[in-house]
Design a protein around this ligand. Sequence first.
Ligand SMILES: [Zn+2]
Length: 75
Amino acid sequence: MKCKYCDKTFPEDDDLVLNYFEHTKINHYELLGDEDKMMHDIREKMIKSKIDHDQFKKEIGDSDLFFNSNDSDTV
Ligand SMILES: [Zn+2]
């Protein structure tokens, strides 16, 4: 994926969206219009909260499994 503001390209991996948002924020934030800035902030928050949520779920899920190993067939 190529940055739409410069020639930088991003590898197509799991962090692509986040990398692209970080890059846009650091390098091109001033180029965004008011509406684009707003969208950028909202989408960035959604992406980050999704990542937090996934990590949270992973940690909690693991400890849940650990603590409730006797009830594993109820999952
Ligand atoms: Zn760029």
